[in-house]
Design a protein around this ligand. Structure first.
Ligand SMILES: *Cc1c(COP(=O)(O)O)cnc(C)c1O
Length: 840
């Protein structure tokens, strides 16, 4: 066994972090390239990337080790962010920025006549997430490191991340994303901290020597969870926190008995089965569950992470769990890791010998849950039958939690059996199901939504019964994004200009961005702002040309909607506007015209037919619009394939108009709305999610609001009559006619029938046509506003200046003050190297 408590005098043997001047970087780079990789300077750029990544990583390692130790000191309260997704994107450039090595690294590369940006673009995105939820987790980790909070992220190291989207003949085609193929310099395998995860089997009750009965889970099929640590760098603060990702592995590589008996393939099969658990990320942004492998992933993450925390605890405190609940908090990113509630109960009772009440006291004081959606199809439920054979012990525990909970409900509302049935963790019916959100609420001391409107709708709608029972548990934490990646790194031109005017502090103290507001009326500043935006637009136009072969002219308005393709996000409404503009051009109605380049991007879940049809429609409309000589640059439309984090890093700085047009009440928060705002885009949006707070911050004059509000949406459903709307609106009638007559689907008859039907259906849950007129009018106001350049620039600057609230530093501070209650652990020069090492 490893001697984890081995003590030695660190000071005697410690070496300093390598120097960070350009000489040192250049020479390390050269050494890695030649001595480690065996290449010449003029080798494939991939090797240049690898050598540079290793060079930069060297400058992280000691701070990483020291941060871990600082967070692991006795008595430090810590939080664990449990998430099935971390949509990290690329790391090299982000670390270079955070370490403050941009200039030095650039100089070092220039010595070899190499281009830093080109090298950085060799890195493949770590696409371990679907969209907003996974990206939020990544921004959260960045802010935790920036604020020096003792937080560890726990997730899954999928071998295949989000699929790569290709467009063939206008259709989405999914290709596997084998992101680890060329190795990953940003992970460290820690096999010494592996854990055993059990599945299947049955539960026996045994009586121990003291006459206490105890449950044992036997005859299980076991899998190993191996952790891989990923460093998360704080902004210039010598703090490197950890994202620990679990990978599944068979318990023994080969079953020798079977192998010797000649069953080689059976032996290998067992290994493959085990490793399948972490093979692939489920590519559904919201909804679709019931898949056994997905449930296995969820339990695998929960169990491995909890065992890891208990191991660290015992390493420090022994088996005394008395103060565990005051030192640990587990944050559940949506219901995906909710099995942690039942698993912590199991570990504390079955493995640590605690009684139910003591285990529950700990569990219910250590868990906090964030809800991410109100869409009913996205609320996770798992068939009881699946639990019966996959996780029988957890099912017993969930039943017991539910029984005790329902007794409490009965005490509070005697005789209200309806309510008990509504609130039960087990949904009765033909297929009995476990309601994961209810398990999360019952097991947590805090439940939060992700924007003010969303949290309000949770309390008075979806979770109303629970709110009436425990109002003190419910709270709001409006999402954010990290200004390091989304402004300082993605938009160096604008960042330099901001820093020149208001100093450099805004990067780590983003509230300071407000000082930029003073320059909105300064014509000289506006011109420079414009120049930066134009350069960013050129960069985006180059990218669009490269991936779509469509030419975007930077004098046109860049109108962008990028996000997962989903009916509630209403990319269709955007298309109706594009078709309307096309129709105006065709009928010669182009007085006071503003040229527009419309960009759409996003992935559709592979099984989501409607979303895939929307992609096809965008591509077909683009084909017609871009090839019509009469349109001639007045309008362009492109669909950018394989939208992801690194694409967004080019897209948001080059955007003029940010499309946030979901049906009111459906988008929990949105975060790309915040990235765009920070980068000086103006929003056209519905009164939904965080759009509301964005508009509050920037003012109605700097925001193009349209559409029904959430309360109106409910009323509208009762009387919704799309047929009448079409009949009474000439513009809409013409648009629908162009769609129906097959103008965008010649030789592909009827492919858009389902889309058209959905628009015309009185039961359309997204009420797309209800907002058509209001949207078209708002877009007209946008076009006019864009013609007045200094007015537009003023709005653009105001958006950036008012975006201070939307930094995840603010969000995380609120999580910390309201939920986690951790103390920041800044590096203390004195304590460095003085305490003896105790590795965990
Ligand atoms: C920010 C971001 C999202 C979230 O976008 P929403 O419009 O808020 O849904 C999704 N994907 C990527 C790659 C992002 O960067």
């Amino acid at each position: 066994m490893y001697n984890l408590n081995k003590e030695c005098n660190d000071e005697l043997f410690d070496i300093e972090t390598p120097a960070s001047d350009s000489d040192a970087i250049a020479s390390d780079f050269q050494r890695y390239l030649t001595q480690h990789l065996g290449r010449f300077i003029g080798c494939m750029p991939l090797y240049q990337y690898e050598a540079l990544a290793l060079t930069i990583r060297d400058r992280i390692m000691t701070d990483w080790r020291d941060t871990w130790r600082r967070y692991d000191e006795q008595g430090v309260r810590r939080a664990y962010y449990l998430s099935l997704e971390f949509l990290i994107g690329r790391s090299l450039g982000n670390h270079i920025l955070n370490l403050g090595l941009d200039r030095e690294t650039e100089e070092a590369m220039n010595r070899f006549a190499l281009d830093l940006e080109g090298i950085m673009s060799e890195e493949v995105d770590a696409g371990l997430g679907n969209g907003g939820l996974g990206r939020l987790a990544a921004c959260f980790m960045d802010s935790c490191a920036c604020l020096q909070l003792p937080v560890i992220g726990y997730g899954i190291r999928y071998q295949y991340g989000m699929f790569r989207q290709e467009i063939e003949n206008g259709f989405q085609v999914e290709e596997p994303d084998h992101w680890l193929r060329d190795g990953n310099p940003w992970e460290l395998e820690r096999p010494e901290f592996k854990n055993l995860i059990r599945f299947g089997g049955r539960v026996e009750t045994v009586t121990d020597s003291q006459g206490k009965s105890r449950s044992v889970w036997v005859d299980t099929a076991n899998v190993l969870a191996i952790p891989y640590d990923v460093p998360i760098s704080g902004y210039r603060n010598h703090t490197i926190t950890t994202l620990r990702l679990w990978s599944a592995s068979a318990t023994s590589d080969f079953n020798l008995e079977e192998f010797n008996a000649g069953s080689y393939s059976e032996a290998v099969e067992a290994k493959n089965d085990a490793e399948h658990i972490t093979m692939v990320l489920y590519p559904n942004d919201v909804s679709e569950n019931g898949r056994e492998l997905r449930l296995k992933q969820q339990y695998f993450l929960a169990s491995a992470s909890l065992q890891d925390v208990l191991r660290m605890w015992e390493n420090n405190q022994g088996r005394d769990y008395a103060s565990f609940k005051s030192r640990n908090v587990f944050h559940l990113n949506d219901t995906h890791p909710t099995l942690a509630v039942a698993e912590l109960m199991r570990l504390l009772m079955d493995e640590k010998g605690l009684a139910w009440d003591d285990a529950w006291e700990i569990t219910s004081h250590c868990m906090a849950y964030t809800n991410h959606t109100l869409l009913p199809e996205a609320l996770e439920k798992w068939p009881v039958a699946l639990f019966e054979y996959l996780l029988p012990r957890l099912l017993q525990i969930i039943y017991e939690i539910n029984a005790r909970f329902l007794r409490m409900v009965a005490m509070k509302w005697p005789g209200d059996t309806q309510r008990q049935r509504r609130m039960s963790i087990i949904e009765e019916g033909e297929v009995r199901q476990i309601r994961m959100a209810y398990l999360a609420i019952v097991g947590s001391f805090s439940v939060n939504g992700v924007a003010a409107l969303h949290s309000r709708l949770l309390s008075c709608g979806l979770f109303r019964d629970f709110y009436e029972l425990w109002p003190e548990r419910f709270n709001n934490k409006t999402n954010g994004v990290t200004p390091r990646r989304w402004v300082a790194y993605a938009n160096p031109g604008m960042s330099a200009l901001i820093t020149e005017k208001i100093g450099h502090d805004w990067v780590q103290d983003y509230g300071k961005i407000a000082a930029l507001g003073a320059y909105a009326d300064d014509e000289g500043f506006r011109q420079r702002w414009h120049a930066v935006k134009q350069a960013n637009k050129q960069r985006l136009a180059d990218m669009v040309m490269h991936y779509c072969q469509v030419e975007f002219d930077t004098d046109a308005l860049f109108d962008v909607q990028v996000k997962r393709i989903h009916e509630y996000k209403r990319q269709l409404l955007n298309m109706l506007h594009v078709i309307h503009l096309y129709d105006r051009i065709k009928r010669g109605d182009i007085e006071h015209w503003t040229n527009r380049c419309v960009l759409i991007g996003g992935k559709a879940a592979p099984g989501y037919r409607m979303a895939k049809n929307i992609i096809k429609l965008v591509n077909n409309v683009a084909e017609v619009v871009n090839n019509d000589p009469q349109v001639n640059g007045l309008l362009k439309l492109a669909f950018i394939p394989n939208y992801g984090v690194s694409k967004m890093e080019v897209i948001c700085p080059g955007t003029d108009l940010s499309e946030q047009i979901s049906t009111a009440g459906k988008e929990a928060s949105g975060t790309c709305n915040m990235k765009f705002m920070m980068n000086g885009a103006v929003t056209i949006g519905t009164y939904d999610g965080a759009n509301i707070e964005i508009m509050d911050a920037v003012g109605e004059d700097n925001f193009f609001l349209f559409g029904l509000r959430a309360e109106e949406v409910d009323r509208e459903h009762a009387q919704y009559n799309p047929g009448l709307l079409i009949e009474q609106d000439e513009d809409l009638r013409r648009v629908m006619h162009l769609l129906r007559c097959g103008h965008f689907s010649t030789f592909e008859s009827a492919i858009f029938e389902e889309l058209i039907d959905s628009l015309q259906s009185p039961g359309d849950p997204w009420l797309t046509l209800a907002d058509f007129r209001s949207y078209i009018d708002a877009q007209k106001r946008v076009s006019l506003a864009y013609q007045d350049r200094s007015c537009w620039l003023k709005m653009s600057i105001a958006n950036t200046a008012c975006s201070g609230h939307f930094s995840t530093d603010r969000t995380i501070s609120e999580y910390n003050e309201g939920i986690w209650k951790l103390q920041a652990r800044p590096r203390d020069e004195q304590s460095r190297s003085r305490t003896a090492i105790k590795e965990t």
